[in-house]
Write a protein that binds this ligand. Structure first.
Ligand code: LMR
Length: 334
């Protein structure tokens, strides 16, 4: 009930504000909601967009950033965007399945991107654009892809061999990619804002995320072991409500496009550094033992998880999977 009344109130307020904005030159308000902490690549990217958007439009636009699921949790935020209660989001690419855009789960496949260069080829190329097309009939327009690097695994026991995952309850995003099951673990879908407490109380034993999320959510304080596996990628799609975006004055939309391009360059430039800093900070905190896989262990993790690609091919699309493999194979990975 709370979510619905909040939604109605926000939509009503949104209509009222748009109406008065038109008459009294009130700024056009963009509510940018997201689920992570401000001190993350996405959090800083959102603030950068706010700064640039307000600057470039000379104050015609006001961006209100709501981090840490303050307004909406994972699932609710996509519904709120479609209803126009918020205007902008940057959800993880692994969370578009519930929206009916299951092709995006291809980004959540283990070891799908051998390196960052391979990922950039996909997100800045035809495939990236084609995937955004799939959102248009859902009332959503895709603006950009933001990076948050590769995931590491954590739990309260060493995770060296794949057998170490047997029977562990592992938190995952709302994606049907079940690499945890391939490792013999039990995948538990859970909203990001609930993960810390679930780890602390033992509702789940472990999880996967890039260091910047693990550190800023203090997961390292409740996880004694982490393995630097880079087994999967976490990136975002910056999306807007299509009706809102198409309804903007053309000059304002052009200025916002420019602001988004610059904020995207910024967010994708700082992502690696933010994750490196977070990893160092967690190591310095001394609560979590970080482990680097041996060559053989890394090979056995890959061998255990790669069959997931075949399992997911019909869901994400065999053609799409093949075209991503062609793109990533052609990428120059050092
Ligand atoms: C997660 O749910 O673990 C991440 O998608 C959160 C985020 O947006 O980085």
């Amino acid at each position: 009930m709370k979510f619905v009344s909040l939604l109605c109130a926000t939509v009503a307020a949104g209509c009222l504000m748009a109406a008065t904005a038109a008459t009294a030159q009130e700024p056009i308000v963009i509510k940018f909601s997201h689920v992570v902490a401000p001190e993350t690549p996405k959090g800083k990217g959102a603030e950068k967009f706010k700064q640039l958007a307000e600057q470039r439009t000379g104050g015609k636009v006001k961006v209100e950033v709501y981090p840490n699921s303050q307004l909406y949790k994972d699932k609710e935020e996509l519904e709120a965007l479609q209803l126009g209660a918020v205007q902008m989001l940057a959800p993880s690419l692994a969370k578009f399945g519930p929206l009916g855009a299951k092709e995006f789960e291809i980004f959540d496949l283990p070891y799908i991107f051998p390196c960052k260069a391979a990922l950039v080829k996909v997100t800045t190329g035809t495939i990236g654009k084609q995937l955004f097309q799939k959102l248009e009939n859902k009332g959503i327009t895709g603006l950009a892809y933001w990076d948050n690097g590769f995931k590491i695994m954590s739990a309260n026991k060493p995770l060296h061999a794949t057998a170490d995952f047997k029977g562990l309850k592992m938190r995952i995003q709302s994606s049907k990619v079940l690499q945890m099951r391939a490792l013999g673990a039990l995948p538990q879908v859970m909203a990001f804002s609930e993960v810390y407490q679930a780890l602390q109380t033992g509702v789940v034993d472990g999880t996967e995320n890039p260091p910047s999320n693990m550190y800023t959510q203090k997961m390292h304080e409740v996880q004694s072991h982490a393995t630097l596996s880079d087994h999967g990628y976490l990136g975002y799609a910056v999306i807007v409500n299509k009706k809102f975006w198409d309804g903007l004055p053309a000059d304002v939309r052009t200025q916002l496009d420019g602001a988004m391009k610059e904020a995207t360059d910024y967010a994708n430039t700082i992502a690696q550094e933010e994750n490196d800093k977070a990893l160092e900070a967690m190591k310095a905190a001394g609560k979590t033992k970080f482990y680097e896989l041996t060559k053989d262990e890394r090979a056995s993790w890959r061998q255990a998880m790669l069959p997931v690609h075949e399992d997911m091919a019909s869901r994400v699309g065999k053609e799409l999977l093949a075209s991503i493999k062609t793109e990533t194979d052609a990428a120059k990975c050092e």
